[in-house]
Design a protein around this ligand. Structure first.
Ligand code: ZLM
Ligand code: CA
Ligand code: ZN
Length: 373
C-alpha cells in the first residue's frame, strides 16, 4: 500500500458559523473533525493549508451575478426587505440568511477550488475539504442547506486541466445541483447513490441519464431505507469499477456526505463507518487524482468519526488507528462509547426485497455498457 501526497484544507473560522438555533446543519462538525484528526496525530503527515476564500467573481463561474450579489449583501436583518419583487434566492427554513452566510460559503467554496488547483498542478494525489460537498445549490438559488455549489466550482477548475472528471456522491440525498450543472456534457460523469421515494429533493431516478452530448453520463442509483454495508457494496463496487473502465476519468471527486451512516438524524441508511470509508479505500486503490469533500451528516459525533477515519484512509494509515478515541477537547461528547466506530442497527433493509437491488445494479451496468466502444 504505497503512500499518497495528501493536502487537507481547513479554515479555523468554519466552526464559528451557525445556521441558527435548532437547524440540523452544524458547521461546527468540521472543527470537531479537525480536532480529532489532530488528536490522532495526522496533521504532521499531510500538507495542512488554509484555503483562499472564494471571491464573488469566482462564484459566478457557475452562479448568476444577481444571486451572488444578493448573497453577498443579505443579512438576517435585511432578508425580508431584500426578498420579494420576484426574487426567490432563499426560500423557507432550509436556507436561512444567517449571520456571515457569505463568508461561510466563501470558505466552503474556496476549499474545493483550492483542492482542485492543488490536484491539477500535480502537488497532491488526494485533496480534502470537509467544509465542502454542498451539492444542492443551484445556479440561481439556494436549496437544501446549500447556498454555493463548491463542487461545481471545483469541477470547473479541474476541467481547465483534465478532459474528463468523475463525480461520485454517497450522501443520502440526490446530488441534484451537480447533476443539473453537467447534465448536457460528456466531460463530467455524475453518479449519485441516494434514498429515493418521498425524500428530498425528489429527483434521481435511473431514467435520468443526461441529455444531448451528456446522454448516458449521469448515473443514478436510487435506494430504499435501511441499506447495509454488504448491500451498498454490492452496487457501489461493480458500478464504480465499470465507470472507471468505460469512462477512464482523469480525476475523481467523491462527495462523502455522512448522512448515509446508520443512526443519522436525517438519513435512513444503515451503513457503518467502515462501510462508508470503503468508498474512499476503493477509489484510492486506483491511483487516480482524488478529491474528498464533506456534505450532509446530522448525527455530529458520527460525522466526525467517519471524516477523521476517512482522512486516515487517504493517508493509508487506517490499520494503525487506535479504535479507542484519543483524548481531545471534545472527548466527553463522544460518550457513551468512546470508540472510533459507527455501528449497524436493527432496521430492516428494504433494498434486498424482491431482488430490487439486483435490478438496480443490472440496469446501471447495462446503461454503462452502452458507453463502451
Ligand atoms: N421544511 N429547522 C439535505 C437537505 C434536506 C423541504 C420540508 C423545513 C429538513 C429540516 C430547518 C429549525 C444534504 C425539505 C422541510 C422545515 C420545506 C429537509 C430548520 C427540520 C428543520 O427544525 C428545523 C429552524 C429544518 C429542516 C427539518 N429539511 C429535513 N429535510 C429537506 C432538505 C442536505 O445533506 O443533502 C447536503 C448538505 N428539505 O424536505 C421542505 C421540503 C422546508
Ligand atoms: Ca447521493
Ligand atoms: Zn444529505
Amino acid at each position: 500500500m504505497s503512500k499518497r501526497r495528501v493536502t487537507y484544507y481547513y479554515d479555523p473560522d468554519t466552526g464559528a458559523y451557525t445556521y441558527g438555533l435548532g437547524h440540523l446543519m452544524k458547521p461546527h462538525r468540521v472543527s470537531v473533525t479537525h480536532e480529532l484528526v489532530n488528536a490522532y496525530d495526522m496533521l504532521g503527515q499531510m500538507h495542512v493549508l488554509k484555503p483562499r476564500r472564494a471571491t464573488p467573481e469566482s462564484m459566478t463561474a457557475f452562479h448568476t451575478d444577481e444571486y451572488i450579489h444578493f448573497l453577498n449583501r443579505v443579512t438576517p436583518e435585511t432578508v425580508e426587505e431584500m426578498t420579494g419583487h420576484g426574487s426567490r434566492f432563499l426560500v423557507g427554513d432550509d436556507n436561512p440568511a444567517f449571520e456571515g452566510v457569505f463568508e461561510f460559503c466563501s470558505i466552503s467554496a474556496g476549499g474545493s477550488i483550492c483542492a482542485s488547483e492543488r490536484i491539477a498542478d500535480g502537488s497532491a494525489d488526494i485533496a480534502i475539504n470537509w467544509a465542502g460537498g454542498l451539492h444542492h445549490a443551484k445556479k440561481r438559488e439556494a436549496s437544501g442547506f446549500c447556498y454555493i455549489n463548491d463542487i461545481v466550482l471545483g469541477i470547473l477548475e479541474l476541467l481547465r486541466t483534465y478532459p474528463r472528471v468523475l463525480y461520485i456522491d454517497i450522501d443520502c440525498h440526490h446530488g441534484d445541483g451537480v447533476e443539473e450543472a453537467f447534465y448536457t456534457t460528456d466531460r463530467v460523469m455524475t453518479c449519485s447513490f441516494h434514498k429515493f421515494g418521498e425524500y428530498f429533493p425528489g429527483t434521481g431516478t435511473q431514467e435520468d441519464r443526461g441529455r444531448g452530448k451528456g446522454k448516458g453520463y449521469s448515473i443514478n442509483v436510487p435506494l430504499k431505507d435501511g441499506i447495509t454495508d454488504e448491500a451498498f457494496q454490492s452496487v457501489f463496487d461493480p458500478i464504480i469499477a465499470k465507470i472507471l473502465e468505460v469512462y477512464r476519468p482523469s480525476a475523481v471527486v467523491l462527495q462523502c456526505g455522512a448522512d448515509s451512516l446508520a443512526g443519522d438524524r436525517l438519513g435512513c441508511f444503515n451503513i457503518t463507518m467502515e462501510g462508508h470509508a470503503h468508498c474512499v479505500q476503493f477509489l484510492r486503490k486506483y491511483n487516480i487524482p482524488l478529491i474528498l469533500l464533506g456534505g450532509g451528516g446530522y448525527t455530529v459525533k458520527n460525522v466526525v468519526r467517519v471524516w477523521a477515519y476517512e482522512t486516515a484512509c487517504a493517508l493509508g494509515i487506517e490499520a494503525d488507528i487506535d479504535p479507542n478515541l484519543p483524548w481531545n477537547s471534545y472527548f466527553e461528547w463522544f460518550g457513551p462509547r468512546y470508540r472510533l466506530e459507527v455501528l449497524e442497527n436493527n432496521m430492516e433493509d428494504l433494498n434486498v426485497r424482491d431482488g430490487l437491488l439486483d435490478k438496480i445494479r443490472i440496469t446501471a451496468l447495462q446503461q454503462l455498457q452502452e458507453l463502451a466502444p
